[in-house]
Design a protein around this ligand. Structure first.
Ligand SMILES: Nc1ncnc2c1ncn2[C@@H]1O[C@H](COP(=O)(O)OP(=O)(O)O)[C@@H](O)[C@H]1O
Ligand SMILES: [Mg+2]
Length: 360
């Protein structure tokens, strides 16, 4: 079985690593030959939006998937139709645009933060009256890890924030006073088979995920979120892993955004669940039976942002599972992570505190 993967970042690397034991071969397309997945698997070095490069990948594989969201939908649609692409391009097109994403949530009855569309300078004037302050101004497209968004609390800062986004189509979103952030990762396979991981609790700083602890145990919340996730999947006749990020507020869950791919908040599933999100994504897109999503106790994932700790120091920590993506250190870049497991939640929290102190 040969699978073509567009984008060769760390998500691709972990997909490739999950494929090896099953005899699944991943071939990547990325413009950077030194990308994390290219270091462990075959790679075509080329532009992800170039139809010739996409077609030469397609010529070698049975199925195409992607680990990177900002690919041209037009280029994907032009790929030789004899090769199927999962998750469906329609789901990707929705996830690429925060407005379409919100409209999808609304159409299914999933609560979202109130928002105002910003397309022209006059649109800025209605924001204060409709949403109050603060608001988060987000470009509709191309944002990730908190980029292309600004928290603002006055008309003048709203205007300068939109100017700094070069006045691209955007949304102003009301500030959500959340108690915590949660995400839910589901997998839909061939013939509509569906499985779901438990809720994960996520801590972000400066818009970048720092820590995930799972499972977040609340059956009622889980069931609500799972119904929504499954409704989204049905709508697209989805194949693959789908993630929805939520704010947990006093009024319940508010959907933030969705990702039609494996997700940083699911990295804990490599060691912490019966089947990882990466293996399940491969199984789903290839039409194989899906794997058990049951957690093995409690798991935490700590992201390394900017640079890695010393390998020796990390490996001295008993039970720590180190993942080094082999990326060059750079400010605010995700370069690796560490997973911790425990049978009891309180033991896990103690381990997290110990690791944070030890690795600084
Ligand atoms: N409306 C909001 N209210 C409060 N916090 C927010 C809001 N929007 C975003 N954030 C914070 O910023 C993070 C990143 O925003 P998000 O919309 O998920 O963009 P990205 O695509 O960069 O992940 C969120 O996980 C959350 O911590
Ligand atoms: Mg997000």
């Amino acid at each position: 079985m040969k699978i073509g993967i567009i984008g060769a970042g760390q998500l691709g690397r972990m997909l490739a690593l999950a494929g090896y034991p099953l005899g699944i071969n991943c071939t990547f397309l990325d413009s950077d030959s030194n990308s994390p997945a290219g270091l462990v698997s075959a790679i075509h070095v080329g532009e992800m939006d170039n139809i010739n490069h996409l077609d030469s990948l397609a010529a070698e594989v049975d199925i195409i998937t992607y680990e990177f969201e900002n690919i041209s939908v037009e280029a994907l649609k032009a790929i030789n139709p004899s090769v199927q692409i999962y998750p469906q391009i329609t789901a990707l097109a929705t996830a690429q645009d925060r407005l379409k994403e919100k409209q999808l949530f609304e159409s299914i009855g999933i609560p979202t933060a109130a928002y105002v569309q910003i397309n022209k300078p006059e649109d800025l004037k209605s924001v204060e009256k409709k949403l109050g302050w603060p608001v988060v101004l987000k470009s509709r497209r191309l944002g990730y890890d908190g980029r292309s968004q600004h928290v603002v609390d006055s008309n003048s800062s709203l205007k300068s924030a939109w100017d700094s986004l070069k006045q691209v189509p955007a949304i102003a979103e009301s500030w959500v006073n959340f108690e915590r952030e949660l995400s839910l990762i589901g997998v839909r396979g061939i013939n509509g088979e569906i499985v779901c991981y438990p809720l994960s609790e996520n801590v972000h700083k400066e818009g970048i995920l720092r820590t995930t602890v799972a499972p977040y145990e609340d059956t009622e919340l889980h069931n609500i979120a799972q119904n929504w996730l499954f409704s989204i999947m049905e709508k697209f006749d989805y194949r693959g892993v789908l993630t929805v990020e939520f704010f947990h507020t006093e009024q319940g869950l508010v959907a933030n955004e969705m990702a039609p791919r494996v997700h940083n908040s699911g990295h804990w599933t490599i060691e912490g669940a019966e089947t990882s999100q990466f293996e399940n994504h491969l199984r789903a897109v290839l039409g194989l039976p899906l794997g058990d999503t049951k957690p093995r106790g409690y798991a935490a994932m700590l992201n390394f942002i900017g640079n890695m700790p010393s390998t020796i120091d990390a490996l001295k920590i008993s039970g720590a599972h180190l993942h080094d993506y082999c990326k060059k250190p750079r400010l605010n870049r995700k370069v690796g992570h560490l997973t911790l497991l425990a049978n009891k939640r309180e033991d896990l929290l103690k381990k997290i505190a110990y690791v944070k102190e030890t690795l600084n």
